[in-house]
Write a protein that binds this ligand. Structure first.
Ligand SMILES: [Fe+2]
Length: 516
């Protein structure tokens, strides 16, 4: 077999390469290359620019991963077409589409998972084959069990659009859902409205929601025209609406999932699987293995399509097989060699350190290769980070990471399996909430990432050294990016953040950079 390339050109556009010689997969989220969040390759861009981007990706694959421009086929997602002749860019005769949106989500998750068979829920704001599909998967393939008439992804986004703190300053409607999830911890659900919200995720009828919940919603006939203009609630009332929306979302989700065998290993994917609150509820509700991949959103579609074509027989891990550092030559600029013991000491001294290691992690969450790390034991660290480094909303929580074997000391959850990608929100144990103020969300949860020597050796070693200095061996990890931009991909951008925010140091692999 020759090399393969797979393209999804819708929002969160991405491209996956398969190296036939080494049997390895690599996945580039194009937003990181063009430095534009949620970047959509087709429709918004001229064919010339689409071609230019695809050529850049092709060249990165050859230079960084040794994938020669000699392809068996180009795979094009059924709802992620491009408006260029890909045979001109990639040396191949064959251009194929083998699956549709949700089956592709399902495959991206299944072949990354440890399971040989599983029930898969793929739910999001909609693809070309529905909004919420349930599959049974095994080595034979994927069998569609149900297509649920609904729009959980779009519905949740619109719930966010009702709230000033979520919607007013957002630059992109796709940012609303994550913010809504962060805000709902500050509210109390209005019990009498939960059922109206639950129904809304199935009916998609905004006007009907306003009537049933007796809410004075704006733009009732055209909520999608400009969701950032829909907001009518603010302050505590808005937080309560957020909590009500989340409660309705969970109730709606379980009304579907409870109909299935509660013991079958379960995979959650599609953009809605980024909802760590419902994922944690799923874990508490059933005694079954659960897997949420690092890239359940559309950023994983080119990988899923590749898997459906290639049908891997072994588990594939692409967690840290994303975009390489684009200007590695700049390492020669300076910086002094540094070891983990020294980095741990800086963090213990209250410094905020940006870390960059090798190829990027895939998915929207920084998992150690493009991360900002600091000590969450420090009382005002959350506010310092929010106001001086990350410039984001005060209500958004920061995520912790710790060694997998230590997780039970600090956090409460049924188990700590498959927590490598921040897919769940376990509770911080009561006795640690005050000791870990920067990572404990207002509702007591934390979006934990567990680390082992295998999953992230650099983070693991850093924790080993930090554990010698601190009684509480938990660190804070947030994504390393320039304000308003995707996770960064260059030393130039890392040094820009260092020199233009209150960040103290940047570590690029083994080199430490201080402020200019
Ligand atoms: Fe999707």
């Amino acid at each position: 077999m020759k090399n393969l390339v797979s393209i999804f050109a819708g929002h969160d556009a991405n491209i996956t390469f398969y190296n036939a010689k080494t049997n390895k997969y690599y996945s580039i989220e194009i937003e990181r290359l063009v430095r534009k969040r949620y970047f959509r390759l087709h429709v918004d861009n001229s064919p010339e620019y689409q071609k230019d981007i695809l050529e850049q990706c092709r060249d990165i694959a050859e230079e960084s991963w040794g994938i020669k421009n000699d392809y068996e086929a180009v795979l094009i997602s059924s709802d992620g077409f491009v408006q260029v002749d890909t045979k001109e860019i990639f040396n191949t005769e064959k251009v194929v589409t083998v699956a549709r949106h949700h089956e592709t989500h399902a495959a991206a998750a299944f072949y990354m998972s440890p399971f040989k068979e599983a029930l898969i829920c793929s739910y999001d704001g909609g693809g070309d084959d529905g909004h919420f599909n349930v599959y049974a998967a095994n080595s034979e393939g994927f069998r569609l069990l149900e297509r649920v008439d609904s729009d959980f992804g779009g519905g949740y986004l619109l719930c966010g659009s009702m709230i000033r703190e979520v919607a007013e300053k957002s630059r992109h409607q796709l940012a609303l859902s994550g913010k809504l999830m962060g805000l709902c911890g500050y509210g109390q659900a209005y019990d009498g409205m939960v059922d109206a919200f639950q129904q809304f995720f199935f009916s998609r009828d905004y006007k009907q929601l306003a009537q049933r919940a007796e809410l004075p919603l704006k733009n009732q006939d055209s909520p999608w025209k400009n969701p950032m203009d829909n907001w009518v609630f603010e302050g505590q009332e808005g937080y309560n609406i957020a909590a009500t929306a989340q409660a309705g979302f969970e109730k709606a989700f379980f009304s579907v999932l409870d109909e299935y065998d509660p013991h079958m290993p379960l995979i959650l994917t599609g953009g809605c699987a980024l909802n760590v609150l419902v994922n944690e509820q799923v874990k508490e509700r059933y005694d079954r293995p659960i897997y949420v991949p690092p890239q359940p959103h559309d950023g994983g579609l080119s990988l899923g399509h590749m898997f459906l074509y290639k049908k891997p027989t072994e588990r594939v891990d692409v967690t840290y097989a994303g975009l390489p550092i684009l200007d590695r030559d700049k390492l020669a600029l300076g910086g002094k060699r540094v070891n983990k013991k020294e980095i741990a000491q800086l963090i213990k001294d209250g410094k905020i350190v940006g870390l960059v290691y090798g190829d990027s992690e895939v998915g929207p969450r920084a998992l150690g290769n493009r991360s900002i790390v600091c000590d969450p034991n420090i009382t005002d660290m959350k506010d310092i980070l929010n106001s001086k480094v990350k410039f984001r909303e005060w209500y958004r929580p920061f995520a912790p990471f710790c060694k997998k074997e230590d997780a039970h000391k600090y956090f409460e959850s049924r188990d700590f399996e498959n927590l490598e990608y921040m897919g769940y929100a376990p509770m911080v144990k009561k006795e640690y909430r005050e000791k870990l103020p920067a990572i404990t969300h207002v509702d007591g949860t934390a979006r934990l990432q567990t680390v082992t020597e295998e999953t992230h050796p650099d983070f693991y070693e850093l924790l080993t050294e930090f554990g010698k200095l601190s009684e509480t061996n938990v660190l804070l990890n947030t994504s390393f990016n320039i304000r308003g931009m995707p996770i960064l991909s260059s030393i130039e951008d890392a040094l820009y953040v260092l020199n233009n925010t209150e960040m103290d140091y940047v570590v690029i692999e083994d080199y430490l950079f201080g402020k200019e």
